[in-house]
Ligand binder design. Structure first.
Ligand SMILES: [Zn+2]
Ligand SMILES: [Zn+2]
Length: 654
């Protein structure tokens, strides 16, 4: 064969280490893997081709950048979970032949699949049966083969004859996008089952070994309550049984910490049908926690030169026409209410209000920066299906601040915010990770403005040594931003602080200052929230602490228990001493046994229990117990007070 012929039948692809390799044209990552090593070929489950997750058997093209994936690559788990979803769908149809298949995407840590099953509501018992059927399918080592639908109309007829109405709807929609089926084939190449899907998938079911169906819930076709009612099975899949077990343990721990469950045990908050969903009522215990957080929040801001404001909850909608919210954000805003013939709206954000205060007088460069802060309550529409305890709600209070400054001050101002974030998040015991979200494709403002603002955000983090990753194109259309993700006590990720440099509102509202040159200049406006929404933050905090708030936040800090009536006077004296020193203390003089009262206080997660009996009264001391540490021995009342005060001051979490 001449060299010319060789080059016609061979193509070159690039590997992650930068080297090139030739394969025959028409070959896939599977053959590429084989040419590298038998071990890689055996373990390969898919490929990243030019950054896109694809089937191992996708034919390669000249110049493709190929990374062959094995179970060790984090990207590959998506293939496993999504392929397991098809195995689940196949199992459901084997057991319930009339079941109609909707969609089955992957989600965090797993996947779900929606089905319409007439005349049968799935039970936990069914989940066991479906799992057993899945195991049979997976063990049969079926191949998942991609199949381009050659004749869409013919395929539509077939789906219609099977009553697969959802597939008919999906295929009709995607008929011009090279729709594909995935065929599940046995070892003789016979197709046993198929599903409409774009892929990608594992090459076969042999790696599907560790999965678990978790729960069933109701859903609607396309999430639309007016459409067909479906049954959704949630499930998870992992590469190994050990990974699956570890995950189920984490899940169990998370369930124990669920803030809605803990709220019932500790009397923290409620929602009410007659009020409407997504509106939170803070009960006294949780209101105390919030009050402590707000007090701390205010002190930390005052120290850093912030000023505090209050703004109204409703405004003439003309304000939101100027701000652009009506144009860009109206699906999250509530309908107007009529006041004196004018349309008013509940505010979805605090920014326009703060701008009104800024603009109420003329500012010189000497007045800047102005750091304006408000615990501002806003109202946003969320679909009822996504509402979740305190974590996703319709009315909430943001710890919102806006900084108005000159371009020269911007980087220092952001630096100050980065410090504040660090300080607050450390106090609450969160670890975190920062992301610099840069200009998206569709964006307002010039490249120079974006560049300037992005560099200021980046420079501030660099100077402070705050590690960050770049989220390219992840900025808002009007602002580059820093997004901080928090990690809680059991390693779960939460949405955390945000800092945005606004390239839009200063123009819309003509937010200016008089410069040293005597001319008007556009001010820079920074939006930032550290806690985010108090509802979501405190809801997350309940789970982070598993209901055991540290002493400085605990609704009741100390409970005092006289052993019998003759110790009641001394107990009351101790209660008065502690209460006079701002300790949140309760007296439990019920005639129950001390052990019973201690157990109850522990269930209520009260940090300290103080017991007074003959011995203690006589010696002028008290016996102290900690909810986790058990007996701490005896001490004088003044010593106890000093210990409590110190633990509150340092905001220790024990
Ligand atoms: Zn699929
Ligand atoms: Zn704002």
């Amino acid at each position: 064969m001449s060299t010319a012929e060789m080059s016609e039948t061979q193509i070159k692809v690039k590997l992650p280490d930068g080297s090139s390799r030739s394969v025959n044209s028409g070959e896939s990552s599977a053959e590429l893997a084989k040419s590298i090593s038998q071990g890689l070929y055996r373990n390969a489950v898919g490929a990243l081709i030019n950054g896109e997750l694809l089937d191992l058997y996708t034919p390669l093209k000249e110049g493709d950048e190929v990374k062959i994936l094995t179970a060790k690559d984090p990207e590959a788990i998506e293939l496993l979970r999504h392929s397991t979803a098809h195995v689940m769908a196949q199992a459901v149809q084997n057991i319930f032949p009339g079941a109609k298949i909707a969609i089955g995407p992957t989600i965090d840590d797993g996947f779900y699949y929606d089905f319409e099953i007439a005349d049968h509501t799935l039970t936990p018992d069914d989940l066991g049966k479906i799992e057993a059927e899945m195991k049979k399918i997976a063990d049969a080592n079926q191949r998942l083969v991609r199949y381009n639908i050659p004749d869409v109309d013919k395929q539509l007829d077939e789906f219609r004859s099977q009553g697969e109405k959802f597939k008919v709807e999906l295929l009709t929609e995607h008929r011009d996008h090279n729709p594909t089926l995935y065929l599940m084939q046995d070892k003789d190449g016979k197709t046993i089952w198929n599903d409409l899907c774009r892929g990608p998938h594992l090459p076969s079911t042999k790696d599907i070994k560790a999965f678990k169906l978790l729960k069933v819930s109701g859903s609607y076709w396309r999430g639309d309550e007016k459409k067909e009612h479906l049954q959704r099975i949630y499930a998870t899949a992992w590469w190994s049984k050990q990974d699956l077990e570890d995950y189920l343990k984490r899940l169990e721990e998370a369930e124990k910490r669920d803030h809605r469950k803990l709220s019932k045990e500790l009397d923290l908050f409620s929602t009410h049908d007659e009020v409407g969903p997504g509106l939170i009522f803070w009960h006294p215990n949780l209101a105390t926690v919030r009050d402590c957080i707000e007090t701390y929040w205010r002190a930390e801001h005052r120290k850093r030169g912030y000023v505090f404001v209050y703004t109204p909850h409703i405004a003439n909608e003309q304000l939101f026409a100027i701000s652009g919210h009506l144009e860009n954000y109206s699906e999250n805003m509530y309908s107007p209410m009529d006041i004196d013939g004018q349309p008013y709206r509940a505010k979805p954000m605090n920014c326009p209000g703060h701008i009104m205060i800024y603009k109420s007088k003329l500012h010189s460069y000497r007045d800047l920066p102005i750091r304006m802060a408000e615990l501002g309550t806003v109202y946003r529409y969320e679909r009822s299906g996504v509402l979740h305890g305190m974590l996703r709600v319709r009315g909430f209070t943001q710890d919102d601040s806006h900084i108005f400054c000159t371009p020269e001050q911007l980087e220092d101002e952001i630096g100050g915010i980065v410090d504040l974030i660090e300080s607050l998040m450390t106090t609450f015991g969160y670890t975190y990770k920062a992301y610099l979200a840069t200009k998206p494709e569709k964006a307002l403002g010039s490249d120079e403005e974006w560049d300037f603002a992005t560099k200021a955000l980046e420079g501030a983090m660099k100077k402070r040594g705050m590690p960050y990753e770049v989220d390219a194109g992840g900025g808002a259309f009007y602002a580059p931003k820093i997004d901080v993700k928090l990690f809680d006590a059991i390693g779960r990720e939460w949405q955390g602080p945000t800092v945005q440099v606004d390239l839009n509102l200063p123009d819309r509202f003509d937010v200016c200052y008089i410069g040293q040159d005597g001319n008007r200049h556009k001010a820079i406006m920074v939006h930032r929230a550290v806690l985010g929404s108090l509802e979501r933050f405190v809801g997350g905090l309940i789970e982070h602490y598993a209901g055991a708030f540290p002493l400085w936040l605990a609704p009741t800090q100390v409970v005092v228990m006289p052993i019998s009536d003759r110790h009641a006077d001394e107990a009351k004296k101790l209660v008065a001493l502690l209460a006079d020193n701002d300790i949140r203390v309760q007296l439990d003089e019920r005639s129950e046994t001390v052990n019973y009262r201690i157990r109850e206080a522990q269930v209520q997660q009260i940090p300290y229990m103080v017991v007074l009996g003959d011995k203690e009264v006589e010696a002028g001391i008290v016996a102290v117990r900690h909810r986790r540490g058990g007996s701490l021995g005896t001490m004088k009342p003044e010593e106890l007070l000093a210990k409590l005060k110190e633990e509150i001051r340092t905001k220790e979490s024990i």
